[in-house]
Ligand binder design. Structure first.
Ligand code: ADP
Ligand code: MG
Ligand code: ZN
Length: 476
């Protein structure tokens, strides 16, 4: 039987973090009352004209520069015509033949090594409103707050060959947008959305197979699962001699399947044409160069710097840099205490767990980077044991207390005083005669038991190195 390979291309919509909408001065704030942020322009009244928000152009161009696109000196808005109640003008103002950015690429890491995914184009457009189908009421409502909120659409080449590669590409795109500060990257709230085009072909064949477009993917996990399911479904089709048809399919997360939504015959004919209400966007080289110099350090450069200058593994630096504010937190902690690997371990385990439970981003952590650095230093210098450090972590996180003060107030300083420890060790040995006998008879694995007992007796405050040494002498 022929072996198949998947071909995947992604269309990503990112909501831009501007204060006002793309063609009017209405606010883009999330969570307002329905139709609170609406004016004659974004509600599609006749006789009004759109005025382009300059920030949208800047943000779209910056994303283009970040992924090595060519920025077109002239780009044109076009009308994409279709009928839907959440689209009051009857067309979406978008870009078509002349988008603002073209021919870029994003580099990702795959199991087989580094790989480049082409970015076909990035264009600017407006979002639509939202239909609300009221439960138990024979009515539907339209909320136009989101109408005219600025988006960029980022279209990839069909360069990905597995669900894992598609997710790696998406995560990298999202990280770049967040680093640039132009999108909040929130997939659940829909400010970062993705449609996946999936086809299969026999390995070695050059021509692409017929693709299905998957929608309703609102987490990385859903993207992964939906693509995996779709590859399997298409493979079965071909093996059964049923041709794959070009169509749009919806992902159902509950059942983990994709379901046909509309076929090619029902596909929209958008009748694109240049928008006569908006002049072409002209950018001179000086402006583009100025934006280029404003780009921050991007995720990939930061990842490589963490590996090169701080000696972190690529896995560690990948995890740390995926979220910009976590990487910022880490760098502040390293500035306070130059032990990158140790700080990374505490951040990726203890801190990550607390942040996750509290549903907080790193920048809102009550435990400051400087205080985390202090805590790790206390452990390193042997003032408290690692075990105590972990025990007090939740309290430090919840209260933001200075670790030195908490350790002092609670009397948690590690017992490194030999005479104090000796008493505890002697007591444990005296209380466990059968274990002592078994140990001396060759069951040396019992060492762990003795250490554990001493730690318990000292409420975790004993210096484990010293305890080990003392036990070995006494039992030896
Ligand atoms: P449309 O606007 O109809 O969705 P595009 O030409 O803009 O069509 O392509 C959309 C996406 O589909 C792009 O990301 C592209 O890489 C991808 N794509 C095109 N052909 C295939 C294919 N045969 N298999 C998988 N993806 C494809
Ligand atoms: Mg499409
Ligand atoms: Zn408006």
């Amino acid at each position: 039987m022929a072996e198949f390979e998947a071909v995947i291309g992604l269309e990503v919509h990112a909501q831009l973090r501007t204060q006002s909408k793309i063609f009017c001065t209405c606010s883009t704030t999330f969570g307002a009352e329905p139709n609170e942020n609406v004016c004659p322009v974004c509600s599609g009244m006749p006789g009004v004209l759109p005025v382009l928000n300059e920030k949208v152009v800047e943000y779209a161009a910056k994303m283009g520069l970040a992924v090595d696109c060519a920025i077109n000196p002239v780009s044109v808005f076009a009308r994409k015509n279709y009928f839907y109640p959440d689209l009051p003008k009857g067309y979406q103002t978008s870009q078509y033949e002349l988008p603002i950015c073209e021919h870029g690429h994003v580099d990702i890491l795959t199991e087989a090594g580094p790989k480049t995914v082409g970015v076909t184009r990035i264009h600017m457009e407006e979002d639509a409103g939202k239909n609300i189908h009221a439960q138990g009421e024979n009515a539907s409502y339209v909320d136009l707050n989101r109408s005219c909120v600025p988006l960029i659409e980022i279209v990839s080449e069909p360069d990905m060959r597995s669900a894992t590669e598609a997710v790696a590409y998406l995560k990298e795109l999202r990280a770049i947008l967040v680093y640039l500060g132009i999108c909040d990257g929130n997939m659940e709230e829909g400010s970062f959305r993705c449609d996946a085009n999936v086809s299969i072909r026999p390995k070695g064949q050059r021509e692409f197979g017929t693709r299905a477009e998957l929608k309703n993917l609102n987490s990385f996990r859903h993207v992964q699962k939906a693509i995996e399911y779709e590859i399997e479904r298409q493979t079965e089709c071909v093996e059964d001699g049923v041709p794959v048809v070009q169509e749009t399919r919806l992902y159902n997360a509950e059942k983990n399947v994709t379901v046909s939504m509309r076929g090619k015959e029902e596909a929209n004919d958008y009748r694109y044409f240049p928008c006569p209400d908006l002049v072409p966007v002209r950018l001179d080289a000086g402006k583009i160069d100025a934006w280029r110099t404003q780009l921050p350090e991007l995720p990939r450069a930061r990842r490589e710097r963490f590996e090169r200058e701080l000696g972190l593994s690529s896995a560690d630096s990948g995890l740390l840099t995926a979220e910009r504010d976590l990487a910022d937190y880490f760098e502040s902690a390293v500035a306070a205490y130059d032990q990158p690997k140790k700080l990374c371990n505490w951040i990726m385990s203890e801190l990550a767990r607390e942040l996750n439970e509290a549903k907080k981003p790193a920048q809102d952590s009550p435990l400051t980077p400087a205080n985390l650095a202090k805590l790790v230093r206390l452990v390193d210098e042997g003032l408290i044991s690692g075990k105590i450090g972990k025990q007090i972590f939740s309290e430090l996180f919840a209260t933001g207390t200075d670790p030195e003060e908490l350790v002092k107030a609670k009397g948690l300083v590690q017992i490194s005083d030999t005479s104090a420890l000796e008493a505890a060790v002697d007591k444990v040995l005296a209380d466990s005669p059968s274990e002592v006998e078994a140990y001396r008879g060759g069951k040396t694995k019992l060492m762990g038991f003795f250490v554990g007992q001493v730690m318990k007796a000292t409420k975790g405050q004993a210096n484990p190195g010293l305890v080990n040494e003392m036990l070995r002498k006494k039992l030896g």
